[in-house]
Ligand binder design. Structure first.
Ligand SMILES: N[C@@H]1[C@@H](O)[C@H](O)[C@@H](COP(=O)(O)O)O[C@@H]1O
Length: 242
């Protein structure tokens, strides 16, 4: 893993955005793996700014998002489809038909998961997968536990994840209990992975992911088995780095 601790906000965003923009400059048809959450927002803002300055185009790119809540209408402000439209897609020249997010309202979720994997198989692999990390070490919505699933699947969200995400909802009762997420196997198939962590509340999770044993109890630790991972940390998340 290539670890970078970056103290200035602008440099954090710039470094992440340069990786995405550089890929699109050499391969305009790149397949991007995208993430939600607060960690990638500044990178998306920088990409939007670069796009406005004519420095990057997404017109031939396609994207696959990691995950989506089960049971939230797609136009709910906290659905990951709404998040992506609001924070990135509405401001760049990507063809929305080539932006893929699991459908958490599919009548048959198992079939939806199989279809998502089939699409990834056909159009992938993902060239660059952006990831955040949960305070419990989850990536996508792959929660810690005795085992991990390889492909896209439905997952029950742990209480700590619902608690952490309740900041976006009027009350914790409104946080969905399930999500559809790409599996660890799918994530690890990406050619390159960009893992972003910000804030003191991520310090322990990211330390375990990078320096701890490889264990399903910290799903992000499986990234240690991948040959091409770039980790960007701000000062607080990287407080344990010498
Ligand atoms: N499913 C998402 C993850 O993909 C994200 O990485 C994580 C951290 O989010 P944040 O960056 O807002 O702390 O939590 C969410 O639950």
């Amino acid at each position: 893993m290539n670890l970078f601790k970056i103290s200035k906000n602008e440099d954090f965003a710039q470094t992440g955005a340069n990786l995405v923009a550089g890929l699109l400059q050499t391969n305009p048809r790149a397949v991007l793996g995208l993430a939600t959450g607060s960690s990638p927002i500044s990178v998306y803002e920088e990409l939007i700014s670069m796009h406005r300055r004519g420095l990057v185009s997404f017109s031939k790119a396609s994207s696959f998002n990691l995950d989506e809540y089960v049971g939230l209408p797609a136009d709910h402000p906290e659905s990951y489809r709404s998040f992506m439209n609001r924070n990135l897609f509405d401001h760049i020249d990507i063809d929305l038909a080539r932006t893929h997010i699991p459908n958490g309202n599919a009548p048959d979720l198992a079939a939806e998961c199989r279809a998502y994997d089939a699409m990834l198989e056909e159009q992938g692999p993902v060239d660059l997968q952006i990831l955040g990390i949960g305070g419990n070490g989850h990536i996508g919505f792959n929660e810690p536990g005795a085992g991990l699933e390889g492909g896209t699947h439905v997952v029950g969200l742990l209480p700590e994840t619902r608690q952490a995400n309740s900041r976006f909802f009027p009350s914790i009762d409104e946080v969905p209990r399930q999500a559809v997420t790409m599996g660890i196997g799918t994530i690890l198939k990406a050619r390159q992975i960009l893992l972003l962590a910000r804030g003191a509340e991520k310090a322990e999770a990211i330390r375990k992911a990078v320096r701890g044993p490889i264990t399903t109890e910290c799903p992000a630790s499986l990234l240690q088995t991948h040959p091409n991972v770039v980790v960007l940390l701000d000062e607080e998340a990287g407080q344990w780095v010498d």
